[in-house]
Design a protein around this ligand. Structure first.
Ligand code: GYE
Length: 323
């Protein structure tokens, strides 16, 4: 009788230990694996498609149970997804915030439920840094500076005004805000550079084309297009060609991301320069998730390394592009 009681006690202790090993979030998948809830922005661009694939593949490779949600570029959908991850008691929540502000309430809920949050790709604007463990992604202000540095160099010798139109990313998103800031602060040193029109193209091809058409009909002398991502630049190229102009020549084009199609356009001389932004964040994210669950320290900011490619480098680089 006594042995049976002790055995039962031991079994109870074991299962309690197994439960504890699942972390504060519990074993939401019921499989003993780490469960990661990921709230993606949407599927607005080739960059995003590559980012999603990287996260899905890396989760599978790391044996992490991934619960994936696509917010279709809507903050309310991301908030819903995060609340549902909290309810399911996942071990870690990661997300790429569609816009910068308005996250404190839901992230406080995650914190109260003791579920760690990792920001990937895009940052939030919050005074409370305790709401997330780390932010993994690019330096978008630096990308804006790099875009402008090419322009400054390209027009170094002239004194004529340089009329720039800007296709911004999703309004209120970190990459749109920061890419505009870095670019503006760099061209401000020379008054010949003038941003004559600036509007959102929501990071999509269709909207990039539509807004470029509007820019072209409202402005006679456009020298340069600065697009916050490749998809908008590729849409704009169609609008420029349909207006009977040569992209890359009549209008110089600067873009950000570095997806394959943009490299193809560079080899055709239609885009002049691309500032790279790496979407392949999956492996680093899984690494962070494993560390967070193991209770290890991670740096508050993890930066991705990126380059700049000009049209004359495009053909050689194209076969190396992974997205
Ligand atoms: O540049 C754009 C995408 O947040 C860095 O989002 C990302 C941006 C990327 O839609 O193509």
């Amino acid at each position: 009788m006594r042995t049976r009681f002790l055995a039962a006690l031991a079994a109870l202790a074991l299962s309690t230990a197994a439960l504890a090993a699942c972390g504060d979030g519990g074993d939401a998948g019921g499989s003993g694996k780490i469960t990661l809830g990921f709230a993606q922005v949407g599927a607005e661009s080739a960059w995003r498609t590559a980012n999603t694939a990287s996260i899905q593949e890396s989760a599978a490779a790391a044996g992490i149970d991934l619960k994936f949600s696509d917010a279709q570029q809507k903050q309310e959908n991301q908030i819903k997804a995060i609340r549902s991850f909290i309810q399911q008691r996942v071990d870690v929540i990661a997300f790429s915030p569609v816009v910068e502000s308005g996250w404190d309430t839901v992230l406080k809920e995650a914190k109260d439920a003791k579920i760690p949050v990792v920001l990937t790709d895009r940052a939030i604007d919050s005074a409370d840094e305790s709401l997330y463990v780390t932010f993994l992604g690019s330096d978008f202000v630096e990308e804006g500076r790099r875009a402008a540095n090419w322009l400054v160099e390209e027009y170094r010798d002239g004194t004529d005004p340089v009329n720039i139109v800007e296709l911004q990313g999703t309004t209120g998103s970190a990459p749109a805000i920061d890419r505009q800031t870095g670019f503006a602060e760099t061209i401000a040193a020379d008054p010949k550079f003038k941003v004559i029109a600036s509007q959102t193209g929501e990071f999509t091809r269709a909207k990039g084309k539509e807004v470029m058409q509007a820019f072209l009909s409202a402005n006679k002398d456009i020298d340069v297009l600065y697009a916050h991502n490749d998809d908008m630049a590729l849409g704009a190229i169609q609008a420029i060609e349909e207006a009977g102009l040569k992209p890359g020549e009549d209008i110089k084009i600067i873009s950000v991301d570095g997806v394959k199609d943009a490299f193809v356009a560079m080899t055709e001389g239609k885009i002049n320069v691309v500032v790279e932004c790496n979407p392949l964040l999956g492996p680093q994210l899984m690494d962070v998730v494993n560390k967070v669950v193991a209770g290890e320290q991670t740096p508050k900011r993890i930066l991705t390394e990126e380059g700049v490619f000009t049209a004359d480098q495009a053909a050689a680089e194209l076969p190396n592009r992974k997205y």
